[in-house]
Every structure is written in C-alpha cells, then in structure tokens.
Design a protein around this ligand. Structure first.
Ligand code: C5P
Ligand code: MG
Length: 191
C-alpha cells in the first residue's frame, strides 16, 4: 500500500494536491476537515461538536478525530492506499494512526510536508474564504489562531515521522503543477 501523510499548515495546498495525487496513484483521499464539514452540513452530533471547535480555529479532541478517521478507513477495505490530509494533527493522533495501520498489516510510507511562508498562507486562506463559504477562512483572527495551533500542536508531528526516516519537505510555492511534480518525485523515491 501507498499511505501518504500530506502535511503542512492551513493554506499550504494539501487539499489541492491531494485531489491530483489520488487520480495519479489511485488512492483514497481522507481529509478530516472535509469529513467534519460534511457532518456539520448534515447536522449530525459529530458535526455539532466539531463546529464548536472549528469556529474558533481549535482542534477537535484527539479521541473524537481518531475514532472518526478509523471508521472512515474501515469503509474502504479495498483501498490501494490513502492520502491523509489534515490528519494526524497531534502526536497522539500520529501514534494512534501507526497502531491502527499496523493492526491492518500496513504503515505510513512517507510524510510529505508542504512548506509555505506565513504571509502567503494568509493570502491564500482569505482568497479561498471569498468563494468557499468557509467561515474559518474569512476571519483573520480565526486564521491567526489556526496558524498558532499549527505551530503549538501540529508542527511537532513532523519530528515523529522524521525519527522514522519518513519525513520529506516539499517546496509548496511556484505553481500547482510544479508543486505536484515535486510531490510525485518524492513519492517515486519512497514507493
Ligand atoms: O484541515 P482543515 O483545514 O480542513 O481543518 C479545518 C478545521 O477542522 C481545523 O481548523 C480544526 O478546527 C478542525 N480539524 C481538527 N482536527 C483535524 C483536522 C481538522 O480539529 N485532525
Ligand atoms: Mg484542506
């Protein structure tokens, strides 16, 4: 299996690149943010809970997110591999993912971390907020908190994969196709 953690701060281009990668490598895209938003739209209990965190740019508690992610993986037993987008966002999430994948006889192949400077992230998020309807992309305070949470809680997850020799940084600017080419090169090296 080819299991990729697509990593990077909000606005780094994870969703955009994941959409292209799943076509090329025939993978399943699991975006925890998208799943939360679908639950909010469907007015589920999970959606109500997630909304209370997303509206502030905070993280949904680990146990909730991990349970949801595992149940999504279990829905696609025939998958050739996964792109995890927006997950794991904490070290406990990364450890839980390892244990879960190990129990299925598989593992993470590589973490690809998109590197984009902060000014550009804010520019992209505000741009996306204009037509995505995402409230968390329209408010500069929420954006600032999401970036802070990334630095405080998420950035360290890179170390977890680096210790396993699975971390690779990718330049996240220069155009969608150029970034895609860099990602594909890195994948070919790790598969
Ligand atoms: O990944 P994305 O930017 O779509 O996530 C949007 C929001 O969903 C995050 O700001 C956070 O509130 C929530 N989220 C989370 N835990 C994750 C992924 C997303 O709490 N693993
Ligand atoms: Mg996204």
């Amino acid at each position: 299996m080819l299991n990729i953690v697509l990593f990077g701060p909000p606005g780094a281009g994870k969703g955009t690149q994941a959409a292209k990668l799943i076509d090329k490598y025939n993978l399943v895209h699991l975006s925890t943010g998208d799943i939360f938003r679908a639950n909010i739209k469907g007015e589920t209990e999970l959606g109500k809970l997630a909304k209370s965190y997303i509206d502030k740019g905070e993280l949904v508690p680990d146990e909730v997110t991990i349970r949801m992610l595992e149940s999504e993986v279990n829905k696609t037993p025939q998958a050739k591999g996964y792109i995890f987008d927006g997950f794991p966002r904490t070290t406990p999430q990364a450890k839980a993912l390892d244990e879960f994948l190990n129990s299925k006889g598989t593992t993470i192949s590589v973490m690809l971390a998109l590197d984009v400077e902060e000014k550009e992230l804010i520019r992209r998020l505000l741009g996306r907020g204009k037509d995505s309807g995402r409230a968390d992309d329209q408010d500069e305070n929420i954006i600032a908190n999401r970036i802070k949470v990334y630095h405080d809680q998420t950035a360290i997850v890179a170390d977890y994969y680096a210790e396993q020799g699975k971390y690779q940084e990718i330049k996240g600017v220069g155009g969608i196709e150029a970034v895609f080419d860099h990602l594909c090169e890195a994948i070919e090296q790790h598969s």
